[in-house]
Design a protein around this ligand. Structure first.
Ligand code: HEC
Length: 222
């Protein structure tokens, strides 16, 4: 027993001794470098200065007037312009898979307050830790709300509700709204109009119908 005690005491003393050897100095240099190109990037890193551009910055903004591939047109809404909110709509139409994605996004970002039933009884509100009653999207007050007004709530937030513009891109916002409008249409709201309709079909067909020959696709050169 004594032997064990002295071993424990000795190892404790050793640990404390070793720890006190650490002077707290931090080494800032990597010492010898085997492959300098890997240690120091030859490319300009984001947020570093860059002599190649007039403003001296490496991070570039998108070229003015361009839209990244796969992204929607900007909405041009400004905060507080409620007339513009109400008139804003989308030409996007959604398939079942898009609605399922809208539901998934709603449950991630909105359900905690608005409830996965859209009835305003989300777990955060029900816990009593969130003071403001989230909109009950099945209530008459919201059943006929213009989709653009919902869009504005997502983009700018509304009173106690924050903005979700950073989490949802434009198409995702509309997917969420389409999902809400679909559920609302089944609960006394307006008829659902965001589905892929018959008139949308010919457009889709024209887009997918590839020309039979390359000549048919290329403009005539003679
Ligand atoms: C942290 C809680 C919370 C989250 C998360 C949240 N909301 Fe809200 N939302 C609220 C509250 C509270 C209101 C009521 C605001 C008011 O009228 O004062 C509201 C209101 C709304 C309204 C009505 C807007 C209006 O003009 O009256 C819509 C539509 C809405 N939310 C949609 C969403 C969607 C879509 C999401 C997810 C992207 C979301 N909310 C996420 C709390 C939340």
């Amino acid at each position: 027993m004594n032997k064990i005690r002295s071993i424990v005491a000795a190892s404790l003393a050793l640990t404390v001794g070793l720890m006190s050897c650490d002077s707290g100095d931090m080494r800032r240099t990597p010492g010898h470098i085997y492959a300098p190109d890997m240690t120091y990037s030859r490319a300009y890193d984001a947020y570093t200065s860059n002599p190649n551009f007039k403003d001296g910055q490496t991070s570039r903004k998108p070229v003015a007037g361009t839209i990244a591939r796969g992204h929607e047109m900007p909405d041009h809404l400004t905060e507080g312009d409620t007339t513009a909110y109400k008139n804003l709509t989308t030409a996007l139409r959604f398939q079942d898979a898009d609605l399922a994605e809208g539901k998934r996004l709603f449950n991630i970002y909105c359900g905690i307050c608005h409830g996965t039933n859209l009835d305003g009884q989300g777990p955060l509100y029900n816990s009593g830790k969130f003071a403001s009653m989230p909109a009950n999207l099945k209530d008459a007050k919201y059943l006929h709300m213009p989709a653009g007004q919902m869009y504005a709530a997502i983009k700018f937030g509304k009173n106690m509700m924050g903005s979700y513009a950073a989490q949802l891109d434009i198409k995702q916002r509309w997917m969420v709204i389409a999902y809400i409008k679909k559920i609302q249409s089944e609960n006394g709201g307006d008829a659902y109009t965001y589905g892929a309709t018959a008139e949308a079909a010919p457009v889709a067909a024209a887009e997918t119908a590839a020309p039979a020959t390359p000549e048919a696709a290329a403009p005539a050169h003679h």
